[in-house]
Write a protein that binds this ligand. Structure first.
Ligand code: PEP
Length: 248
């Protein structure tokens, strides 16, 4: 039985005070939940939000991590720095990083490895564009994104990692994959991992991301291979995000 995981991704939104208020509302409203809840906040606010959430069950995550350990990499934030700040999870390979900032499968694999070296759980984001789906290349793209990390980090690394399937065409667009479309790819991903290790595949949390909202979360989370969600826009509203957390 896999524990559910709900992650919010605030992206580059809000002020320090707005972030603090949002975190406070989440901590107060969460109540007793059995699933893990994480909020991935802008680097500059990680310490503030960590403090607001200190006595709650909600963990803080980063939205990215450097692909190198330390050194002359101006503007980057290392995994060691994140661990030092109390970060438990880090997104790697979010589609916005891949498409706007040139993250490649190789650099995503390096970020994944750097995070794990510091005991931070990497959340590997993978997914196809609309064009790739229409060309019937969804599984091929997922294979390429996944295999690059498996080859670099080894299958055993997935015992301490999370995968987020995020079809690019569903991120921030209001178009959600149907429950069946999402389940089909989640099942495929789990089988791909099972091809290397059934035990790791059985335990691996695979999250769905792409316009998850309070009104579609229940159906998605009820699918056998969907273990929770990575929620962007809807995580900026405490009431909506709490409803999603309670949909598991
Ligand atoms: C995301 O940021 O990973 C995401 C899925 O965004 P949204 O929920 O807004 O589509």
């Amino acid at each position: 039985m896999r524990q559910s995981l709900i992650m919010g991704n605030w992206k580059m939104n809000g002020s320090r005070e707005e972030g603090r208020q949002l975190a406070k509302a989440l901590a107060e409203g969460l109540g007793d939940v059995v699933q893990q809840v994480v909020v991935c906040v802008p680097f500059i606010y990680l310490a503030d939000i960590r403090d607001v959430l200190a006595s709650s069950l909600i963990a803080v995550g980063a939205q990215n991590v450097a692909d190198q350990a330390a050194g002359a990499y101006t503007g980057e934030i290392s995994a060691a720095m994140l661990a030092d700040t109390g970060v438990k999870y880090a997104l790697v390979g979010h589609s916005e990083r891949r498409s706007y900032y040139g993250d490649t499968n190789q650099s995503v694999a390096n970020r994944f490895i750097q995070a794990q070296k510091q005991n931070i759980v990497p959340v590997l984001c993978i997914g196809e564009t609309l064009e790739e789906r229409e060309q019937g290349r969804t599984f091929q793209v997922v294979d390429e994104q996944l295999d690059a990390v498996i080859d670099a980090a080894g299958i055993e690394a997935f015992a301490h990692a999370v995968i987020a399937y995020e079809p690019v065409w569903a991120i921030g667009t209001g178009k959600t994959a149907t429950d069946e479309q999402a389940q089909e790819v989640h099942h495929y991903i789990r089988q791909r991992i099972a091809g290397r290790s059934q035990a790791i595949a059985d335990k691996l949390q695979i999250l769905y991301g792409g316009s998850v909202k309070a009104d579609n979360a229940k159906g998605l989370f009820a699918q056998p291979d969907i273990d929770g969600g990575l929620v962007g826009g809807a995580s900026l509203d405490a009431k909506g995000f709490l409803q999603i957390c309670h949909s598991v």
